[in-house]
Design a protein around this ligand. Structure first.
Ligand code: FEO
Length: 164
């Protein structure tokens, strides 16, 4: 495997595991606020991020590269409001999209067509990831500080299943 791509993919593998950690911490914060629907939504999101990480891990292995599991940073522990949490989740997804785009640029520059092809799934996935988080942010902005609205959103997000 091209060494530059191996290193960049290992870095991204770590970023996806961090995403899982971040969303799990957000889920814990929702649990502490008795917002179980939002907590469940974030736990499923964390699980998806672990699956994203595993896709990178498997691809590195299949291409004859070496997987390097690096230390995962500690995520924040507390957020004030559901809006603050989902806004940070949305901002984080935008950062991940930028990292994916940079990987596509690198793989293209290095002429690694297999890597470019592999990354296309993530390009499409990031469109969904950003849209889901932003949709929730916009609704929470409409709800504002109204407890009934927050509880309605909690019930709505509780309906998320593992497939999305
Ligand atoms: Fe793995 Fe939410 O991007």
């Amino acid at each position: 495997m091209n060494k530059k791509i191996e290193q960049a993919f290992n870095d991204h593998l770590n970023a996806e595991f961090y995403s899982a950690y971040l969303y799990l911490s957000m889920a814990n914060c929702f649990t502490a606020k008795n917002l179980d629907g939002m907590a469940g939504w974030m736990r499923l999101q964390a699980e998806e991020e672990r699956e994203h990480a595993m896709k990178f891990l498997d691809f590195i292995g299949v291409r004859g590269g070496r997987v390097m599991l690096k230390q995962i940073d500690q995520p924040p522990l507390e957020w004030a409001t559901p809006l603050e949490i989902f806004q940070q989740a949305y901002d984080h997804e935008c950062e991940i999209s930028a990292k994916i785009n940079a990987l596509v640029d690198l793989a293209t520059k290095e002429g690694d067509h297999a890597a470019v092809n592999f990354l296309q799934w993530f390009v499409a996935e990031q469109v969904e990831e950003e849209a889901h988080a932003l949709g929730i942010v916009e609704k929470l902005k409409m709800v504002g500080d109204h407890p009934m609205g927050i509880l309605q959103m909690d019930g709505r997000l509780a309906q998320r299943t593992a497939s999305k």
